[in-house]
Design a protein around this ligand. Sequence first.
Ligand code: TMP
Ligand code: ASP
Length: 239
Amino acid sequence: MNKEDIIYEGKAKYLLKTDKDDEVIVYFKDDATAFNGVKKDNIESKGILNNKITTIIFNYLIKNGIKTHYLKTLNDREQLCKKVTIVPLEFICRNIAAGSMAKRLGVEEGKELTRPIREISYKCDELNDPLLNDDHAIALGIVKEDDLMYCYDQMLKINDLLIKLFDRINLILVDFKIEFGYTKDNELVLCDEFSPDNCRLWDKDTKQKLDKDVFRRDLGNIIDTYSEILNRLEKLGDL
Ligand code: TMP
Ligand code: ASP
């Protein structure tokens, strides 16, 4: 990776320029942060694991009709992707009460929900990514109504596909956060990553947490945890 090629530095990734103006390289760093960067660490090889896990998940979603920014994995840390203009919303889908929702509503972590919950928060570090509702997002001009509905629809499709996938490896998909962006041709596609950094996965039998909560809550070793997810996915072979 060439430092001069960095277009943008995020908390866990760099975006690097390529010689095509509609493509970028996503570089997975080893940095781990939580609570909007208040807790920080550098965990050797985390980026490699997240690149591998995202590669498997994005290829599976693409095979199942989900449009994404992903083009190909270049090496241990880099993916070639379509350049996108990101929708400044975090799309969160919850199947089981956990994390901030459990805390905010005083609900016990692990409570089954009668249907998936769709949440959005405004991507703004200074404001701590505040939760907002559809009217806020539309009336403030953050997203067009049709596009918001399309993203929700895609998110629920992704949820169905991933619940099934993780079930095959004895994992419960508790919740996840995804992002969408517009390509040069104005197509709305899934972007960013899908890894244990942006979802909660619990072992079906033991309910052990196998995701970034291990880092957030000091529950153990991140590399062992993420390797466990990768090993289970790799055992499935071609998806
Ligand atoms: P939360 O319960 O802390 O709101 O998190 C909901 C889901 O979103 C969980 O799977 C973790 C993920 N997430 C991110 O990917 N990035 C974030 O900045 C936050 C707060 C959560
Ligand atoms: N990614 C967020 C941060 O770094 C928070 C989180 O994942 O808990 O602050």
